[in-house]
Design a protein around this ligand. Structure first.
Ligand SMILES: Cc1cc2nc3c(=O)[nH]c(=O)nc-3n(C[C@H](O)[C@H](O)[C@H](O)COP(=O)(O)OP(=O)(O)OC[C@H]3O[C@@H](n4cnc5c(N)ncnc54)[C@H](O)[C@@H]3O)c2cc1C
Length: 451
């Protein structure tokens, strides 16, 4: 492609900004990032409170966040945030140690079996499911893998492996098929409580591409990255460094693609581009663009999670000593309950804590926002860490995905086959997974493949 190609990128979150970085590194300087909000970062959102920043959105990374590390190097920043730690409570607020054999003597056989199954899952992922962890979903439904390896070199890898078709199954069924049901008790912590849905509904591909074996072990061992000024700072730093800063407050009302050009109406003015990269939610693309039938058909299949976050103040005597996970509340039966609450700053009690709850499951009615909020605040009382005041709240459009039927029917291969067809490329969370690194890595791959 000609290096002067005029490229419009929709969205100034991790996917859009990293697309800008990778384009720039490849010699494409003629790009424009259009961001609807008055700030960059998307779901990496770190507001200020009492002189520090807390997290309303993304919180942490792991050492295999290679694309995020690219961004850090590009900007000269590093993961310099507070060290994470956590404990566990049951739904009555009692502190528990579910994985400590000494505290659960009767559960020792169960814990030993779980350990065995975790080892087994690690082994079959490397053998039976070879290729499971490459970024993105190309070929999986057809029993292929094709993408970049999750290794420091991130070299391109591809091959056939018919077993990969199993990854379309909900993770629960995938585990049953492989006799590793108990591994769900480990994987659920950094999955369901992080808002990514329930194992009886979400295809194993999403679970295992995000929580590949090594990444899951990093969570277990709390080998995690955070940022002093919040995850938003990563993307603010990138935006500052890019030759073309994101244009904030961009209201796109129309997109027309004709005669090899892309016409974008932004804040009332029509702008002409050669190519379009969409990192904003694809299911809303038809609302403002001349979406073709195939785009409408596929994008209408996308589902997403309703993931609610509250930032609350507590009285100093009610402040939690540490962050807590509540496994009892990570089941569909306890939809709308508090699954985890996060104390980011351990050195002070004058900061907010943040709470996390889901209120949608495939087979259940959506819980109304206010009901969920009240439940979470009641749960905090049960946990003996009552809130005195809510200072911020957000219900996120979270983790866009497709369900098993569409995954198995080749949703990803069909959408991948549309890349470039209408001078348009699709990136952002749905194309890989809803975390900072997978989205940024997908942008890297998109630029490698098509530009
Ligand atoms: C509570 C929470 C906790 C999380 N925890 C973690 C974590 O610990 N680690 C991790 O790696 N990830 C975490 N994530 C996920 C991570 O934040 C997202 O996966 C990541 O931000 C996705 O990047 P994106 O660019 O694809 O989308 P987004 O971050 O959603 O960015 C999309 C951008 O597009 C803009 N936009 C949307 N529509 C339009 C439009 N029509 N025109 C112009 N602009 C538009 C939006 O304003 C936004 O800025 C968390 C997210 C949340 C909400």
């Amino acid at each position: 492609m000609n290096k002067d190609t005029k490229i419009c990128i929709i969205g100034g979150g991790p996917a859009g900004l990293s697309a800008g970085m990778y384009l720039e590194q490849k010699g494409y300087d003629n790009y424009t990032i259009l961001e609807r909000n008055d700030h960059v970062g998307g779901k990496c959102h770190s507001p200020h409170y009492n002189g520090r920043r807390y997290e309303m959105g993304a919180i942490m990374g792991v050492p295999s966040y290679y694309a995020v590390h690219d961004v850090e190097e590009f900007c000269g920043i590093t993961h310099d945030g507070p060290k994470l730690n956590r404990n566990y409570k049951d739904k009555t607020g009692k502190v528990i140690e579910p994985f400590n054999p000494k505290k659960n003597v009767l559960k020792i056989p169960h814990l030993m079996e779980m350990r065995k199954q975790v080892k087994k899952l690690g082994e079959i992922l490397e053998t039976k499911y070879k290729g499971y962890d490459v970024n993105g979903h190309r070929g999986v439904a057809e029993g292929r893998y094709d993408g970049f390896a999750v290794t420091p070199g991130r070299e391109p890898v591809s091959g056939t492996n018919a077993n990969l078709k199993d990854l379309a199954l909900p993770f629960k069924e995938f585990c049953e098929l492989n006799g590793v049901e108990l591994t769900q008790e480990i994987w659920i912590g950094p999955f369901t409580s992080f808002g990514y849905g329930y194992f009886d509904e979400i295809p194993a591909a999403y679970v295992l591409k995000y929580l590949d074996f090594q990444t899951c072990m990093n969570f277990v061992n709390i080998n995690l990255w955070t940022w002093q000024n919040g995850t938003q700072f990563i993307w603010e730093s990138l935006n500052d460094k890019l030759k073309n800063h994101a244009r904030l407050n961009s209201n796109i009302t129309n997109i027309e693609r004709k005669d090899g050009k892309v016409y974008v109406t932004v804040n009332g003015e029509v702008e002409e581009y050669d190519k379009l990269i969409v990192t904003a939610p694809l299911q809303y693309f038809p609302d403002y663009a001349d979406a073709r039938e195939d785009e409408k058909e596929f994008f209408s299949k996308i589902e997403y999670e309703r993931y609610d976050v509250l930032a609350v103040e507590t009285k100093p005597e009610d402040h939690p000593d540490i962050s807590y996970y509540v496994f009892d509340n990570m089941t569909p039966e306890r939809l709308g309950h508090l699954m985890v609450y996060y104390r980011r700053w351990r050195d002070t009690k004058d900061q907010v804590i943040t709470t996390y709850a889901l209120r949608k499951h495939k087979d259940q009615a959506e819980i109304p926002y206010e009901v969920c909020k009240k439940t979470v605040l009641d749960d905090l009382k049960t946990m003996k860490n009552p809130a005195s005041n809510v200072v911020n709240e957000q219900s996120w459009y979270y983790f866009p995905h497709v369900f098993t039927e569409d995954y198995a029917a080749g949703w990803y291969d069909k959408v991948e086959a549309m890349q470039g067809k209408y001078d348009t490329y699709y990136a952002g969370e749905i194309m890989s997974f809803g975390d900072m690194d997978e989205t940024a890595e997908y942008s890297r791959e998109l630029v490698e493949r098509f530009f």
